[in-house]
Ligand binder design. Structure first.
Ligand code: HEC
Length: 125
């Protein structure tokens, strides 16, 4: 009887571990080198406007014009989760994408445009 109890407890613990692993995003697993990168365009005044144009052309179709996501699979880009990420985390994620979950890679954009996008996203948090 006690053994069965512990077996069930054990099962529940591993199930919740699995759930936690699934919930944590790739943004939490950025290599340290990328995590620490500084956005070279963060303080450039025209970055926000430039980033908003790139956003309109490439991102709004999924994340919506107001960056609030679609309430289902496409997440909001104004969120506590993003606030906690460094600019380096976001640049790495934009380069990688997560195609398995529907997020394309933006490695084909010039690097400056990725930093402008990030500056824009910071401005609307
Ligand atoms: C075809 C739809 C699509 C397009 C276009 C798209 N995304 Fe995404 N994006 C997604 C999906 C789906 C996810 C969730 C992926 C996941 O669960 O890992 C995501 C996740 C993200 C995340 C991580 C959010 C989080 O809370 O972890 C960021 C940041 C992001 N996208 C930024 C962008 C930017 C910037 C662009 C424009 C260059 C863009 N996306 C274009 C579908 C898209």
């Amino acid at each position: 009887m006690t053994r069965r109890f512990f077996a069930i407890l054990c099962l529940m613990a591993s199930a919740s571990l699995l759930l936690c692993a699934a919930a944590s995003s790739r943004l939490d697993r950025v290599p340290a080198r990328d995590h620490d990168r500084i956005n070279p365009l963060a303080t450039q005044p025209e970055s926000v406007a430039a980033g908003s144009l790139v956003y309109r052309d490439h991102c709004a179709q999924c994340h919506r014009a107001d960056a609030k996501g679609d309430g289902r699979k496409k997440p909001p880009l104004r969120s506590d989760h993003l606030k906690l990420a460094t600019d380096g985390d976001l640049e790495w994620f934009l380069r990688q994408g997560d195609l398995a979950h529907g997020m394309p890679s933006w490695s084909s954009l010039p690097e400056a445009q990725r930093w402008q996008l990030i500056t824009y996203l910071r401005s609307i948090q």
